[in-house]
Design a protein around this ligand. Sequence first.
Ligand SMILES: Cc1cc2nc3c(=O)[nH]c(=O)nc-3n(C[C@H](O)[C@H](O)[C@H](O)COP(=O)(O)O)c2cc1C
Length: 280
Amino acid sequence: MIFTNNLFNDYISSCTRDFIETSKLQVYDVQDYAMHISGVMSSDYYMKEIFNSTLELGNVKTVALPAYESSEALRIWHKINKARKCIRHFSATEQLNLNELSSLLQNTLFISRVDAHGNDVKHRNIPSPGGLYPVDLYYLNLKAIDGLEVGAYYYDLHQGSLKKVSDGTVDSVFREKVFDAFSVTEGVPTDIDFFNASGVVILGGTLNRTAFKYLDRGIKWVFTEAGSLLNNIQLVATAQGGVGTCPCAGFIDDAIAEIINFRSIDQVPIISIVVGKPVK
Ligand SMILES: Cc1cc2nc3c(=O)[nH]c(=O)nc-3n(C[C@H](O)[C@H](O)[C@H](O)COP(=O)(O)O)c2cc1C
């Protein structure tokens, strides 16, 4: 009998592989892509209609929801959610310190309980397809701070540590690589202020971690899990105070994959979150 390790078999169809490939942003597409997006954003009609959209169902039975009873915990929950927003401009003089970064990462993703019935399965604070946890957090540290060099790090939630995954290039070269991956150039104005940001969190998915069990459908849930983490990081930053975050989808996928040392076609950067000290 031949034993195989399901985790390392390829369960992803060629169509899905094609989608992953064609959804990547390539250097040669950046300009056209940026023009396409600014075409949408410069239209007041689109911005208003898109932002305020609801599903138009016509004349259907409608049930008004009653005022709900609030608790202290819910009031706090509501307050944090209400205050959450994207922050794109960061202080030129202040950086997140290691404590602030630690709190941001360790409150975004942590072990919430150990299942005594299974093989000591560790559950996290987010739901996950089959508990397979296909999404990992990486941090690109753009500014050297006390206790943390410039470079790319993997967040090990089991140890509560950051593990350096980039090589020992000089700081300016690393920063340049990151700026290139986001197609930004120091001195040229950008929507998100990468140049004063402390760093960038990358949510990286390992596709086969769900596909080996759920086949192609599992890919959707890698993205679903990334959504939970994206929401968490913004809410944690809001609750923590003094931390600005903004998701950024505009990156050259293969360049980010290289920076965080991805070595397999199964590993894909899904979304990035720029973090820094908000301008006061
Ligand atoms: C998946 C995703 C990708 C995003 N990418 C970008 C981006 O590339 N650049 C940017 O400025 N904002 C980006 N945003 C932020 C949205 O523009 C922002 O959430 C939206 O305008 C609503 O504003 P608010 O979050 O401050 O309420 C992204 C948000 C999400 C969820």
